[in-house]
Design a protein around this ligand. Sequence first.
Ligand SMILES: Nc1ncnc2c1ncn2[C@@H]1O[C@H](COP(=O)(O)OP(=O)(O)O)[C@@H](O)[C@H]1O
Ligand SMILES: [Mg+2]
Length: 361
Amino acid sequence: AHDFNNLLMGIQGYASLILLSTNEGHKHFEKLKNIEKYVVRGSDLTKQLLGFARGGKYEVRPTDMNDIIKSSSQMFGRTKKDITISTSFESKIWRVEVDQGQIEQVLLNLYLNAAQAMPGGGTIHIETKNVEIDGNEPRQKYFKPGRYVRITVRDTGIGIDEKIKGRIFDPFFTTKEMGRGTGLGLASAYGIIKSHNGFINVESELGSGSDFIIHLPASEKMSKMETVIADKLFMGNETLLLVDDEEDILKIGTEMLTNLGYKVMPVRSGTEAVKLFNEKKDEIHLVILDMVMPGLNGSETFDLLKNIQPDIKVLLSSGYSLSQEASQILENGRNSFIQKPFDINRLSSKIRELLDREAPA
Ligand SMILES: Nc1ncnc2c1ncn2[C@@H]1O[C@H](COP(=O)(O)OP(=O)(O)O)[C@@H](O)[C@H]1O
Ligand SMILES: [Mg+2]
């Protein structure tokens, strides 16, 4: 559509030049004025094609493409009885920042083209995939390296002749008869995807079908967060005794640990901890113990627990940095320390490290 704007620019320019040397009385003056008006309307249209002309309705949100494809393809399938729609979705798809309405419009255009390419009926297959593009492949020269969500819309239709492949994204290019095609479907798809910093291209073989392939950049915020979690969370399914006198810490801690896969027994005091450990010492793999508590403090609780089971594993926690008492407890190597407030990444790695540590020889 950029080339199209340049073209309009040319028409506009020459019309203006002629107008400059034409006075109002000239018999072609009105006609030249009309050319200018049509150029303005043409450039409004390209703005629309590029997806910029929707005023306040243009809204970009982190979006799950699987959801959009599910709903739009179902809707489309209901209107076309002889078309089967099949999908295969990336399960943990990265989010993309898109205007939902515009992306739906792109998809519907692709479905419609696919259906029109299969006059005897057939299957539209839609696939989503997370892909990382490193920029080393020559075919991918259009892409900035990075993470993309790739959407493929595949049909088993008539395919596209090599001779016209280069033109199908041009505005007003159509091979369809009047009334069936306007030649704007792919041009608007191209404009919309471009305005989302993505890319759309086609692979097709005459007689066997076409793939329209869209790449949309993965949302930075979301994908970053996912990598941190994916890289740094260590899971487990062991049973943990969590000892803390503060209700909120117990709640948050329990939730974090449950999310990591652990079974959690939360207790609010050293006395309760000792009692429960006495009953369930064969089930409990690790104790997370607050150092500063009323009643039995962390150090006293530790001694009692150690009497019950000498090779107990304890992760000490404290709002203060490592105290004298705590460092003594840490001496024997089966224990570790974590400073509050703990975040789930650090917590998960400390626990995993302790659980996987061999007994000292
Ligand atoms: N899935 C497809 N299979 C075969 N040809 C296609 C397909 N999609 C697009 N085309 C070709 O690209 C042209 C332009 O498509 P489009 O911009 O949607 O306009 P229209 O559908 O109105 O013709 C079509 O006329 C057709 O020749
Ligand atoms: Mg079309």
